[in-house]
Design a protein around this ligand. Structure first.
Ligand code: SF4
Ligand code: SF4
Length: 370
């Protein structure tokens, strides 16, 4: 059997910061939660998987004998700098500001598997996942000893706090297991729950993903009207429940430049977003984790941020958005215009309503009650 110390050496050589190992037994506790509260409870993006696939490693890979959980710290010493142009800006989360972590972790995993093959004498069969796999990643990582899940539902590691990207490899041979960590190191603290702008942390260790801004800024289509104002200035993702967490104080700063948002910082100019062509989008956003949903999602979010300024100065930008080819962008522009006081916004809305034909956008007018 491969020694744990050797596995750690391989992980470090492949570019990972933390590694743990757990067995293939189902995650019964998580299964209970999903059964009770519905499949989207941990991550609605994974609704395409059954509850059993989410919680039973053998349903994902029948030959699995052990699971290797891997993590990379991504907290970099960034600021919220911006290049001011129109004066209207939005922020992107730390996880989304650098190079797409899915690609970064997949490259590291390929190297890890190459090194593992060199050391492992028998045949090697495996399944490797980063974020998009069926298993409940944080539960895997906790049982593998990487850290504990906090009341904000993030996996919190001793060295890198919750600023950790996770992935796992299911292998067809047994490995020495790490001691499982137990959740509950938060004590009496409730700062994340108090700070969550959307009330998505409904109670300790429970998140209503449908309200979480991180999810809302990734989902396709229309953001529910009642939740748009909660998005604030967040263009993509939300870091609030991690930024306020005392368990994230003094965490190790990642030296990896691929997760840095420089030279632009984590603020983005809204005018640039609303006027960019596809080529610019591919160049500026395509390589980031915020880019995977496509240009229209970023533009829709930019319109929501503008709506939250509720400022007459945003009218020229909202006029551009209201003429967009996407009904989703146009619909959110109608909502945003409805938040601006004064006759100029009303006149613009009337002009837009006369030419609009899409029923989803017209529905937005009904809600304005003008
Ligand atoms: S990411 Fe933001 S919206 Fe989601 S739970 Fe954390 S603080 Fe709340
Ligand atoms: S903010 Fe407090 S309650 Fe929330 S995860 Fe951090 S330590 Fe736990």
């Amino acid at each position: 059997m491969l020694r744990g110390s050797l596995l750690k050496e391989i992980a470090l050589e492949a570019g990972f910061d933390c590694i743990g190992v757990t067995g293939p037994e189902p995650f019964e506790d998580v299964l209970e939660v999903i059964k009770k509260r519905g499949p989207g409870v941990f991550c609605p993006a994974k609704d395409r998987y059954s509850a059993r696939e989410r919680c039973d490693p053998r349903a994902v890979f029948p030959g699995v004998r052990a699971i290797i959980s891997l993590g990379v710290g991504y907290y970099v010493d960034d600021t919220l700098d911006t290049i001011k142009k129109s004066g209207y800006v939005g922020t992107i989360s730390r996880a989304a500001s650098g190079r797409d972590y899915h690609r970064v972790l997949r490259e590291k995993m390929e190297k890890f598997i190459f090194l593992l093959k060199r050391e492992h004498a028998g045949s090697l069969d495996y399944r490797a996942f980063v974020d998009t796999g069926p298993l409940v990643e944080r539960a895997v990582a906790q049982r593998a000893g990487l850290g504990t899940i906090g009341k904000n539902c993030s996996l919190i590691t001793p060295e890198f706090g919750s600023w950790v990207f996770l992935g796992e490899i299911l292998v067809n041979f047994p490995l020495e297991r790490q001691r499982a960590e137990r959740a509950g190191d938060c004590g009496e603290c409730c700062l994340c729950m108090e700070a969550c702008p959307a009330g998505a942390l409904t109670s300790a260790y429970q998140i209503n993903s449908e309200r979480c801004i991180s999810y809302l800024t990734q989902k396709k289509g229309f953001i529910p009207r009642a939740l748009r104002s909660l998005v604030g200035s967040r263009l993509y993702g939300c870091d609030t429940c991690q930024e306020v967490c005392p368990r994230n104080e003094g965490v190790k700063i990642s030296g990896r430049t691929e997760f840095s948002s420089r030279p632009d910082g984590r603020m983005r100019d809204i005018e640039d977003i609303l006027t960019m062509d596809t080529e610019t989008y591919n160049r500026v956003w395509g390589h980031t984790s915020a880019g995977w949903r496509g240009k229209k999602i970023i533009q829709r979010n930019a319109v929501v941020v503008l709506g939250n300024y509720a400022d007459p100065g945003t009218l020229p930008l909202l006029e551009i958005a209201a003429a967009d080819t996407s009904p989703v962008v146009r619909g959110h522009a109608v909502w945003a215009l409805g938040r601006i006081p004064g006759t100029k916004a009303l006149k613009l809305l009337e002009k837009i309503r006369r030419r609009e034909r899409d029923p989803r956008v017209l529905e937005e007018f009904k809600e304005l009650k003008i």
